[in-house]
Design a protein around this ligand. Sequence first.
Ligand code: HEM
Length: 202
Amino acid sequence: MPKFWPIIVAAAVALFLMNAALNAGGEDFERWQLASRWTARAGFPFFLIAFIASSLVVLRPGQISRSLMRNRKWWGLAFAAAHTVHLYALLKFINASPEEMNLLGLLPGAAIYVVIYAMAATSWPWAYKALGKNWKRLHKTGMYLIWAVFTLAYIGKSMDPELRQAGGILLMLSIGGLALRIMAWRKQRATGQAAKAASTDA
Ligand code: HEM
């Protein structure tokens, strides 16, 4: 199986869901709105795996967690592929929307897209070397920004009576991802402190 299989799966799932939404009926803009919603959901599991892979290695070292970590780049690129389908759907939604869109309101989302594609373009060995410490800055900040957008969106959905159930589940997954990162960070800090104490005792 080629290493980039998550990209193919993510793109296929996002396209399938977009097609399903477009066949769901309703006005044009409603169908593209549903397509936007479902394509965002298609990318979320791929993002979440890339987000928690390093924490899983710290908390539960083993074959599966190490494999996820080794292939984290492909899970991140898979998310970028699914979110490209989201981009297509949301542009169609904006185009079909009967209400005039506030372009300024779209700027934060557009900026996150710039970050997503900057991360995708720098997911290769030449970029680690070329960017040095800035590589980690870009990818760490980018991951937390994307996490924040998902979490804020799911807080909104979990308060919407019609979408409460799905929104609540997705919100719990999002918060669970952050909780894993905090647990891994605490474990690493504790083992680092223990090692330091042992070396000063010796
Ligand atoms: C200018 C940029 C963007 C626009 C115009 C946009 C537009 C939309 C639209 C129309 C929906 C459907 C809303 C509904 O359910 O009624 C949606 C859902 C969503 N979008 Fe975007 N989006 C943008 C960027 C992003 C980015 C960058 C992310 C994440 C990194 C994101 C994540 C989401 C999420 C999590 C949902 C909710 C999906 C759900 O209900 O499960 N969007 N977006």
